[in-house]
Write a protein that binds this ligand. Structure first.
Ligand SMILES: [Zn+2]
Length: 87
């Protein structure tokens, strides 16, 4: 494990998942505030919910730009580690 990355603490930054709907502090030029998360990673991919334009911003910028989560993607089901032997 290296500690060379930016200190983004999970305690101060909610995890973001594909399918989340977020509201940003600044409106898009089209007037829309709400964005759907379509990609996560070092950069966060967003689609404006008003004009459907795509935007890719660094995770750190995203963290500062988000005002609130409008809708959280449903939690993925836990991995089937031990499939039920019901056959
Ligand atoms: Zn827009």
């Amino acid at each position: 494990m290296t500690n060379s990355q930016l200190p983004i603490s999970p305690m101060t930054f909610l995890s973001v998942n594909v399918g989340d709907i977020v509201r940003l502090r600044k409106p898009h030029p089209c007037g829309g505030y709400e964005w759907a998360v379509v990609r996560t990673g070092a950069d966060i991919g967003l689609v404006c919910q008003t004009c459907k334009r795509r935007l890719l911003i660094p995770r750190d910028e995203f963290r500062k730009a988000v005002k609130t989560f409008v809708q959280r993607a449903p939690e993925p089901p836990p991995a089937p580690a031990a499939p039920a032997d019901s056959a």
